[in-house]
Design a protein around this ligand. Structure first.
Ligand code: FAD
Ligand code: SIN
Length: 516
């Protein structure tokens, strides 16, 4: 008989959104906090540039709102953006209370800048902001007895009855048994879906699980065509997904071709600090037209001491690969980085399903529109984790837990065909990179759609025959999320922000969200 757990709140995901929500929930509530990998693993840990907030006397909320709306190309919700921006200084204060020690210059925050920001407003901990946030939030979480941590437990599907969420079926990766976690409230904080692309800055956890689970449960998923490609990931055969922070360009870093020729001025007057969609497309265009494997980013003119002080992680990592960035330019390429769309929520993270919340990268709160501005993501995680917890604290009652049938594995057998899973993983990621990437066309999108339908049938058949595994759960979610991205991209017959289709190159007057 498989285990059944009962908690007031089930939080799936221990990134900055999941951890902050756990800390902000009432200490009278029993909370389960689940991670499918090690507790610190997830995009949050690797965040470099920082977290945006109006912290300087010369900056103001209106400017932060205006910059965010401008990057979002007409699709952000102004109310949601203002809510996030006005709560940003309090988000920074909450992180400091948990022990995050932001880099300072004398008494003031050292604020950096990135693409789209018209003021310096990015607070950071050198170039390891995410690591500092994660380590401090987790240390705090571990101090509370009402929070139980479950490491290496992967959620499969939500428990739904009468359009209400009551928790999730979760595979215990240690015992290979599926356990039921029944809860009054469930929070999805599972991060994004960038692993769906062959080349990505993201860790292995970003497989779109929360989006796929929510879709299967009946939630609306919004604006998934807006997959963000970060312009600069390290190009090296042995460097798996290492990001070269946009803050390097914020501090004056220049892009150039192998022969030293600079090119960003041809694409946008803001040069290297144009929003990400523009810089990524410019690099893609230079690489394709010139037949180059990469372009180069130069920060060497700042000198070794300055570079080691401001970007110690990037300096050390590049050095490991034989690149001394104080002497030579860094070879870089674009890679999938961030999922702007997600599960539709309100300002408290509430989804369309009763008792189900979504926060962080998995959610669509309306703050990013067609293109997220740099360093607004950690901010969204913290602000909406807090509002979600406040909402739950006001709502929890002592109602009974619903009984659910235990997971039934009586009709499946151990797989003898695991190669099918690895093959389909690779195929989905290649299709997405080649046909649903930085520049799209109707023909490529239709091809991808057709092949994904076949792959879905193959995966469903496998799922019905063989025992569940972590790889199979993720593949099923990758396929579902890929289909949502492709269908959203086919639906948008224009080019806007991160979605560029060469068959519909101009922007239409219609500013509708895509809802799947
Ligand atoms: P994550 O931190 O990705 O955490 C997801 C969690 O969900 C993990 O614990 C994972 O184990 C768990 N999970 C997923 N699926 C399941 C499942 N099925 N069952 C159980 N658990 C599951 N943003 C900024 O604002 N500033 C930056 O400087 C910045 N730099 C970045 C640098 C890099 C290299 C990357 C990859 C991203 C960066 N971003 C940055 C984006 C930002 O880090 C992320 O958007 C944000 O951290 C997402 O946080 P999250 O809590 O939503 O998800
Ligand atoms: C970076 O440091 O370039 C990443 C910032 C972000 O994704 O917001």
């Amino acid at each position: 008989m498989s285990k059944q757990h009962q908690f007031d709140v089930l939080i799936i995901g221990t990134g900055s959104a999941g951890l902050m929500s756990a800390l902000q929930l009432s200490k009278n509530l029993s909370i389960a906090l689940i991670a499918k990998d090690q507790l610190l693993e997830g995009s949050s840990f690797y965040a470099q540039g920082g977290i945006s907030a109006v912290l300087d006397a010369h900056d103001n909320f209106d400017a932060h709102v205006a910059d965010t709306l401008s990057a979002a190309c007409g699709l952000a919700d102004k109310k949601a953006v203002s809510f996030m921006v006005e709560n940003a200084p309090a988000a920074i204060a909450s992180l400091e209370e948990s022990g995050v020690n932001f880099t300072r210059s004398n008494q003031d925050y050292h604020l950096t800048t990135e693409g789209g920001h018209t003021h310096r407003r990015v607070a950071h901990v050198a170039d390891k902001t995410g690591q500092s946030i994660q380590v401090n939030l987790l240390d705090n979480v571990k101090q509370y007895e009402n929070i139980t941590l479950f490491e290496e437990y992967i959620a499969i599907d939500l428990l739904i009855q009468k359009n209400q969420c009551h928790g999730a079926y979760i595979l215990n990766k240690h015992t290979h048994q599926v356990e039921s976690f029944v809860a009054h409230k469930t929070i999805l904080a599972t991060g994004g879906a960038s692993k769906i692309y062959r080349y990505t800055s993201n860790p292995d956890t970003s497989t779109g699980d929360g989006i796929a689970m929510a879709k299967r449960a009946g939630c609306n998923i919004v604006n998934m065509e807006f997959a963000q490609f970060h312009p600069t990931c390290l190009y090296h055969p042995h460097a798996k997904s290492f990001l070269i922070s946009e803050a390097i360009r914020g501090e004056g870093g220049q892009l150039h071709l192998e022969n030293g020729e600079k090119f960003m001025h041809k694409y946008d007057g803001r040069g290297e600090l144009a929003p990400r969609d523009i810089v990524a497309r410019a690099i893609d265009s230079e690489m394709k037209s010139g037949g180059f494997d990469c372009v180069y980013l130069d920060i060497s003119f700042k000198g070794k001491d300055w570079i080691k002080k401001h970007f110690p992680t990037i300096y050390a990592k590049c050095k490991d690969f034989g690149i001394d960035i104080s002497k030579q330019s860094i070879p870089v390429v674009p890679a999938a980085h961030y999922t702007c769309g997600g599960i539709n929520t309100d300002l408290n993270g509430k989804t369309d399903l009763t008792n189900l919340y979504a926060i962080g990268e998995v959610a669509h709160t309306g703050v990013h529109g067609a293109n997220r501005m740099a360093s607004n993501s950690l901010l969204e995680c913290i602000v909406f984790a807090k509002s979600c917890a406040r909402d739950i604290n006001h709502q929890i009652s002592n109602s009974n837990y619903i009984e659910f049938e235990p997971w039934d594995a009586s009709r499946v057998e151990p797989s003898k065909e695991k190669v099918v899973i690895t093959h389909l993983w690779d195929e989905v990621r290649s299709i997405m990179w080649n046909f649903v990437g930085i520049v799209r066309s109707d023909r490529r999108l239709n091809y991808a759609n057709h092949r994904l339908e076949q792959i879905e049938t193959e995966v469903n058949e496998y799922y019905s025959l063989y025992l569940i595994s972590s790889d199979l759960i993720e593949l099923r979610n990758l396929v579902k999320t890929a289909q949502i991205i492709i269908q959203s991209a086919l639906f948008r017959d224009e080019s806007r922000g991160l979605h560029f289709n060469e068959d519909h190159p101009s922007q239409s007057k219609n500013t509708k969200n895509t809802i799947i």
